[in-house]
Design a protein around this ligand. Structure first.
Ligand SMILES: C[S@@+](CC[C@H](N)C(=O)[O-])C[C@H]1O[C@@H](n2cnc3c(N)ncnc32)[C@H](O)[C@@H]1O
Length: 241
C-alpha cells in the first residue's frame, strides 16, 4: 500500500527532505493510505486543504499525476512554490494561502476531490464546516480526510499520563472515530463511504519523531506516555450527493 512512500524514503536525500517537511505523523504515508481507498487519476483537480509543506501534494501529483491546489494557512505559498520547484511538481501544484474558517476563494463544484491530511481537526470540528466545503466539490466527487484521534472520548477523565499534554486546544481538536462519525452523519449533502482507523498509525508517528522540528522532544515524551494505548489515526471518506 505504501510503495511510493517506501521508494521515496529509500534515498538519503529524500529522507532529509521529509524530515524538514513533516509537520506531524508522516503525511506522505497517510496520504498514500488514504488515497488507496480512492480512484485518483491525472484528469482530476484536487484541493489539498491544510497541505502544510505539501507532502500530500507531492504524493498526489507524482503518484497520480493529478493537478493539486495546495492550500494552507500557516505555510506561505512562496515557501511551498519553492519546495514544489525543487521536486519538479510546480507544473501540477498550485500553492495558495487560505483560512478554511473564512471561506475559500474557489468556484463552486471546481474540485473532483477535497483531500486533507492532519489538518481537518484544526478547523473541521463544527457543524458549519462540512456544509461550507461541500459546494466546492463536484456532485459525485469526494471529500477524504485523515486526522489524528483517540480511541475513545476522554471527556473530563483524561488519563493521568496524558494530562501534561492535554490543553484546551488538544481537547477541542482530538476526538474519537465515533465523535467524528456523529458530526458527519448530521450532514445531508454527503453520503459517508468509509470511516475507519488507519493502518499506518505507529509507523507514521515513529517517522515523525525522527523529524528536525524544534519541539520534537516534547512529542517524543507524549508518544512515550501514550505508548500505543490512546492515539489512532482516523480516515473519513464521503461522496458529495
Ligand atoms: C499539523 S499541520 C499538517 C500539515 C500537513 N497536512 C502535514 O500533514 O504535513 C496542520 C496544518 O493545518 C493547517 N491549518 C490549520 N488551520 C487551518 C485553516 N483554518 N485553514 C487552512 N489550513 C489550516 C495549518 O496551516 C497546518 O499546515
Amino acid at each position: 500500500m505504501y510503495q511510493f512512500t517506501e521508494r521515496f524514503m529509500s534515498s538519503g536525500k529524500n529522507i532529509e527532505f521529509l524530515k524538514a517537511a513533516m509537520m506531524g505523523p508522516n503525511a506522505m504515508r497517510l496520504s498514500e493510505e488514504l488515497s488507496s481507498h480512492l480512484k485518483i487519476n491525472d484528469n482530476m483537480r484536487i484541493l489539498d486543504l491544510g497541505c502544510g509543506r505539501g507532502l500530500s501534494t507531492l504524493l498526489l501529483t507524482k503518484k497520480y499525476g493529478a493537478t493539486v491546489f495546495a492550500a494552507d494557512l500557516w505555510i506561505s505559498p512562496t515557501e511551498n512554490h519553492e519546495r514544489f520547484q525543487s521536486v519538479g511538481i510546480d507544473d501540477k501544484a498550485v500553492p495558495i494561502s487560505v483560512d478554511a474558517t473564512k471561506g475559500l476563494p474557489f468556484a463552486n463544484r471546481y474540485f473532483d476531490l477535497l483531500f486533507s491530511v492532519d489538518a481537518y481537526h484544526y478547523f473541521g470540528d463544527t457543524v458549519e464546516m462540512l456544509p461550507s466545503l461541500i459546494p466546492f466539490v463536484k456532485k459525485g466527487g469526494y471529500i477524504a480526510v485523515a486526522i489524528p484521534g483517540i480511541k475513545y472520548e476522554f471527556g473530563d477523565n483524561v488519563p493521568d499520563e496524558m494530562k501534561p499534554f492535554w490543553n484546551d486546544d488538544v481537547a477541542r481538536t482530538i476526538h474519537s472515530l465515533d465523535w467524528w462519525k456523529n458530526l458527519w452523519e448530521q450532514e445531508k449533502g454527503i453520503e459517508i463511504i468509509d470511516i475507519r482507523e488507519m493502518l499506518c498509525c505507529k509507523q507514521s508517528w515513529d517517522e515523525w519523531l525522527t523529524s528536525d522540528w524544534q519541539g520534537i522532544e516534547q512529542e517524543k515524551k507524549m508518544m512515550k506516555a501514550e505508548s500505543g494505548r490512546y492515539f489512532n489515526l482516523i480516515q473519513m471518506i464521503a461522496k458529495v450527493i
